[in-house]
Ligand binder design. Structure first.
Ligand code: ZN
Length: 210
């Protein structure tokens, strides 16, 4: 188990039923990281460091859903819509559905907060820090700064979307960022997206722990 530095937070991204095997937007083998996430969350908790969970939380007919755009299918791209895409997704994580629930095996009891994102009809939010216009904050950055946090550890789903964008934004917000690669799984759409995300994080001086 890794050593956890002081003034750290663990952010557990989107461990929701729709992103797990059997869900609407399942990440392959996403369930395999649950036990490891529980272990590290428990360690953060026991050492007095905060743990924060995020939850993708869309209204019905959210603009990121392919079904909201005539003639579009999940996986299709769309351009020119502010704060959306380019990839369109199947309907997923609709508010108050079982798909949107954080999986019951995930020990949210170690968390001090759950940040919900993507709740505005016409804008998506991959990052835990900013919506996809890269301007509208979720509030998480100031919340963490208020707690005196300097170092952000990231795990959860999916590596090349919500985890990746959260890591990049955390770095740009002035946090030291540690990416727990073995506690994430990726979607890899389009092809090689995972590799690209990892390279881009390395270039941004994010520490990636294998
Ligand atoms: Zn979403």
């Amino acid at each position: 188990m890794i050593e956890i530095k002081k003034k750290s937070v663990l952010i557990v991204i989107d461990m929701q039923n729709d992103f797990l095997p059997g869900g609407a937007l399942a990440v392959e083998n996403g369930d395999q990281i649950i036990d490891g996430i529980n272990k590290i969350a428990e360690k953060f908790f026991n050492e007095g460091n905060p743990v924060v969970f995020t939850q993708d939380w869309h209204p019905k007919n959210h603009a990121s859903f392919a079904s909201s755009h005539e003639g579009k299918n999940p996986g299709d791209t769309i351009k020119g819509i502010y704060g959306i895409g380019p990839v369109l997704w199947p309907d997923h994580c609709v508010q108050n559905t079982s798909g949107a629930a954080i999986n019951e095996r995930v020990q949210t009891k170690y968390g001090i907060a759950i940040v919900r994102k993507g709740y505005r009809q016409n804008i998506d939010s991959y990052s835990a820090f900013f919506e996809n216009d890269h301007q509208t904050p979720t509030g998480l950055s100031n919340f963490l700064k208020g707690l005196g946090v300097k170092i952000v550890y990231i795990c959860g789903l999916a590596l090349d979307y919500c985890c990746y964008f959260s890591a990049i934004d955390a770095k740009s917000e002035g946090f030291e960022v540690i990416f727990l690669k073995n506690l994430t799984k990726g979607i890899d759409i389009p092809e090689n997206n995972i590799q690209k995300a990892l390279e881009s994080m390395k270039n941004a001086e994010i520490v990636i722990i294998e």
